[in-house]
Design a protein around this ligand. Structure first.
Ligand code: HEC
Ligand code: HEC
Ligand code: HEC
Ligand code: HEC
Length: 445
C-alpha cells in the first residue's frame, strides 16, 4: 500500500512539474503585451490624440517615446542632429532649383519633434495645404475620421494649425483598447488596396513594418485640393511608380530653363526595404532594428525611442548578429559605396541639366529630340531622388539602391547626349560641370 502511495505521489509531482514547465515555456514565448501583469487601469477613448492617458497604462512605451524629443547625436550619414542636406551637399541646391526643397531641406530627427520641425521649415508657405500635417501628428487619425481626408487636405496649413496639438503619438500606430497595430492613414490603406492587399489580414510580423508605412512611403499631392496619394497603383518598385506618374502626366514643378516636368520622390523607406532586401526576405521587420526589446527591471518592452540603430547597435543588431563589429564594418562599406554612387548620379544630372538648358536656349534645336532629352532627365532625376530621399544611405536595400543609382546615372548621361544631338553641338558633351563651378551654390535664403 505504502509503495503505491509513493508511486502516486511521485506521479503527481511529475505531472505538476510538467504542467509548470509548460506554463513557463508558454509565458516565455508570449509577446510582452500578453504577459503584462498589470491590467489596464485607464480607459482610452478611440483615436485619443493625447498620448499621456495611454501612458498611464503603458508607462515604459510612453516614456521611451518621449525620449525621441531629445536625441541629437549624428552618425556618419544619419542620426538625429538635423543637419542641412543642402549645406552638406550643395549639388542639391541645383537639382531642386525652382522648388521649395532648394530653400530648406534637413535630415529627419525623432518623432516628438515633428510639429516644431514642420512649423519652422521654409518649405511651408502661406499657400501650403494642410496635407503637410498628414504624417506629423496623432490628431490626424481623429480629424480624418471626423472630416474625411479630402476636406482635411483642401484646407490651408495655417487654418489647420489650431486643430493640431500633438506630435506623433500612440494613436498613429495603435488601436485604443486592443492595442493592435493599425494602418491609420486612409491614403496608405487605399494604396495597399490598389496592390490587392488588405492590411487587416497581415501577420503580426508584417504589421511591424506596415505600421511604419503609415508615413515612411513616397506620395504626391493629387489635384487642386492637394490630396495625399500614394502612387502604388502599378506596384511599389521605382519603375512602377514612374510608369504610373507618367500615365497621369504628374509633375511637382517645371525645372528652370530646361522645361523638364519633374516629380519629387519622398522617403520611400517601406518601398525600398520591401523590394526583396536581404533583411525583408529573411522576415526581419522595421521594428526589429528600430524598436528592439529592452528590459527595465522585470519588464520587457519594445523601445519606442525610435532612432538610428547605429547609436545602439548592440541592442538593435545584437539580437540577431553575434559579431556586431563585423556587421557595423559592412554598414560602413555599404553606406560609403551608395553615397559615392549617389554623388556620381548627381554629377551626371547636373551635366545633363546644363546641356539641356543650352539646347533649349538654341533656336535651331530639334524640338522632338529635346523632348526626349527632357523625358530622360525626368526619369533619371526621379530614380536618383528615390534613393537620395530614402533614409539609411542604401543600407535598407544595398543591391536595389545601387541598381537604381546606376540607372539614374546612365539615363542622365543619355539625356545629356540627346541634348547635344538636339542642338547639333558636341561641346554640350562636356562633363564635370559641378566640379568646375566656383563658388558652389548656396541655399536660397
Ligand atoms: C536590418 C535593420 C533595419 C531594418 C529592418 C530597417 N532599418 Fe531603418 N535603418 C537601419 C540603419 C542601419 C540605418 C542607418 C542609420 C544611420 O545611418 O545612422 C537606418 C536608417 C533609417 C532611418 C533614418 C534614421 C537616421 O538616423 O538617419 C529611417 C527613417 C528608417 N531607417 C526607417 C526604417 C523603416 C520605415 C523601416 C522598415 C520599412 C526600416 N527602417 C527598416 C536599419 C534598419
Ligand atoms: C505618423 C507618421 C509616422 C509613423 C507612423 C512613423 N514615422 Fe518615423 N518619422 C516620421 C516623421 C515625420 C519623421 C521626421 C520627424 C522630424 O524630423 O521632425 C520620422 C523620423 C523617423 C526616424 C528618424 C529618427 C532620428 O532620430 O533620426 C526614424 C528612424 C523613424 N522615423 C523610423 C520609423 C519606424 C521604424 C516606424 C515604424 C515603427 C516609424 N518611423 C513610423 C513619421 C512617422
Ligand atoms: C510609430 C508607431 C508606434 C507608436 C507611435 C507607438 N507604438 Fe507602441 N508599438 C509599436 C510597434 C511596432 C510595437 C510592436 C508590436 C508587436 O510586436 O506586435 C509596439 C508595441 C507596443 C506595446 C506592446 C508591448 C511592447 O512593448 O512590445 C504597447 C503596450 C505599446 N506599443 C504602447 C504604446 C503607447 C502607450 C504608445 C504611445 C505613448 C505607443 N505604443 C506608440 C509602434 C508604435
Ligand atoms: C531580427 C534579426 C536581425 C536583426 C535585428 C538584424 N539583422 Fe542583419 N541579418 C539578419 C539575417 C537573417 C540576415 C541574412 C543573412 C544571414 O543569415 O546572416 C542578415 C544579414 C545582414 C547583413 C548582410 C547583408 C548582405 O546582403 O550581405 C548585414 C550587413 C546585416 N545583416 C547588418 C545588420 C545590422 C547593421 C543590423 C542592426 C541595425 C542588423 N543587421 C539587424 C537578421 C537580422
Amino acid at each position: 500500500m505504502k509503495k503505491y502511495t509513493t508511486l502516486i505521489l511521485v506521479g503527481i509531482i511529475l505531472v505538476l512539474a510538467a504542467v509548470l514547465t509548460g506554463v513557463l515555456v508558454f509565458l516565455k514565448n508570449q509577446p510582452p503585451q500578453e504577459r503584462a501583469i498589470i491590467q489596464p487601469i485607464a480607459t482610452i477613448q478611440p483615436l485619443e490624440a493625447n498620448s499621456s492617458p495611454w501612458g498611464v497604462n503603458y508607462p515604459n512605451e510612453y516614456s521611451s517615446l518621449l525620449l525621441t524629443a531629445s536625441n541629437n547625436t549624428p552618425t556618419m550619414y544619419g542620426g538625429s542632429a538635423q543637419k542641412s542636406y543642402l549645406l552638406e551637399d550643395p549639388r542639391l541646391v541645383i537639382l531642386f532649383a525652382g522648388y521649395s526643397f532648394s530653400h530648406d531641406y534637413n535630415q529627419p530627427r525623432g518623432h516628438e519633434n515633428t510639429l516644431i520641425d514642420i512649423r519652422t521649415t521654409k518649405r511651408v508657405t502661406a499657400t501650403t495645404h494642410a496635407t503637410c500635417y498628414s504624417c506629423k501628428s496623432s490628431d490626424n487619425p481623429g480629424l480624418w475620421e471626423q472630416m474625411g481626408m479630402v476636406a482635411f487636405d483642401a484646407q490651408l496649413f495655417s487654418d489647420m494649425t489650431p486643430n493640431i496639438n500633438n506630435a506623433i503619438g500612440c494613436a498613429n500606430c495603435h488601436e485604443a483598447g486592443s492595442m493592435r497595430l493599425v494602418i491609420t492613414d486612409p491614403a496608405v490603406e487605399a494604396a495597399f488596396q490598389a496592390e490587392g492587399l488588405d492590411w487587416r489580414t497581415f501577420t503580426r510580423q508584417q504589421m511591424r513594418s506596415a505600421v511604419c508605412a503609415n508615413c515612411h512611403v513616397t506620395y504626391y499631392f493629387a489635384g487642386d485640393n492637394k490630396v495625399l496619394t500614394v502612387p502604388w497603383a502599378n506596384g511599389t518598385r521605382v519603375e512602377d511608380i514612374i510608369q504610373y506618374e507618367d500615365s497621369i502626366n504628374f509633375a511637382d514643378w517645371t525645372y528652370p530653363n530646361t522645361g523638364t516636368p519633374i516629380m519629387k520622390a519622398r522617403h520611400p523607406d517601406y518601398e525600398l526595404f520591401t523590394a526583396d532586401s536581404t533583411h525583408y526576405t529573411a522576415g526581419v521587420s522595421c521594428a526589429d532594428c528600430h524598436m528592439p526589446y529592452v528590459r527595465e527591471g522585470a519588464m520587457k518592452y519594445s523601445s519606442h525611442d525610435i532612432m538610428s540603430p547605429l547609436l545602439d547597435p548592440q541592442q538593435s543588431c545584437g539580437q540577431c548578429h553575434t559579431d556586431v563589429d563585423a556587421v557595423l564594418a559592412r554598414v560602413a562599406v555599404i553606406q560609403n559605396t551608395v553615397h559615392n554612387a549617389k554623388i556620381g548620379a548627381e554629377d551626371a544630372l547636373i551635366d545633363a541639366i546644363t546641356a539641356i538648358q543650352a539646347a533649349a536656349a538654341n533656336p535651331n534645336s530639334d524640338p522632338a529630340l529635346l523632348d526626349e532629352a527632357r523625358t530622360l532627365h525626368r526619369h533619371a532625376q526621379y530614380m536618383w531622388d528615390f534613393i537620395s530621399s530614402s533614409n539609411s544611405m542604401g543600407f535598407h536595400n544595398p543591391d536595389e539602391a545601387l541598381r537604381i543609382l546606376g540607372n539614374a546615372a546612365d539615363l542622365a548621361r543619355q539625356a545629356q547626349m540627346k541634348a547635344a544631338q538636339a542642338a547639333g553641338d558636341p561641346s554640350l558633351l562636356v562633363t564635370g560641370v559641378y566640379d568646375a563651378m566656383d563658388p558652389k551654390p548656396r541655399p536660397v535664403p
